[in-house]
Ligand binder design. Structure first.
Ligand code: THU
Length: 149
């Protein structure tokens, strides 16, 4: 485990992600995902996936959580992310859930704003997989790539 965090912090954030999965609106996939984002000030912001009858319009849990933060005027340092998902009522019991490609990019926006490389804890029945965002999205395109405003 990363030396930057305690086991208790990891367990707390994974538990928050599992709990958030309970708020999913996913009647089409029946795959409930929760994300929990830990900011440097200690606050935890969660999100759950929100699907749509037009299937391709689904919002992922991580994207919902980032939108909550940025739409509230926040852009605090993103230190850690936990993602959990699975069948309704059973988050974390199936295959490991890693953030989809779009969510990696969305998380990167918030991370670059705060200048962090957050740890990503991916929950699943085999245990928690720990990665850095830079491992999931190497050579990321972010605000700095647009050059001076
Ligand atoms: N999903 C997420 O919420 N996050 C991810 O990173 C992967 C996929 C959601 C989208 C869709 O509602 C369901 O999981 C099945 O793909």
């Amino acid at each position: 485990m990363s030396a930057d965090f305690t086991q208790a912090q990891r367990d707390m954030l994974v538990a928050a992600a599992r709990e958030a999965a309970g708020g999913a609106y996913a009647p089409y996939s029946r795959f409930h995902v929760g994300a929990a984002l830990l900011l440097a000030d200690g606050s935890v912001v969660t999100g759950a996936n929100v699907e749509n009858a037009s299937y391709g319009l689904a919002l992922c849990a991580e994207t919902v959580a980032v939108a909550k933060i940025l739409s509230g005027g926040g852009h605090g340092m993103l230190e850690a992310v936990a993602v959990a998902g699975g069948a309704p009522g059973a988050p974390g019991e199936g295959p490991t859930v890693t953030p989809c490609g779009r969510c990696r990019q969305v998380l990167n926006e918030l991370a670059q704003l705060g200048g962090t490389d957050p740890v990503i804890w991916c929950d699943g029945g085999q245990g928690v997989l720990e990665l850095r965002l830079s491992e999931l999205l190497p050579h990321a395109f972010g605000p700095a790539n647009l050059g001076p405003a």
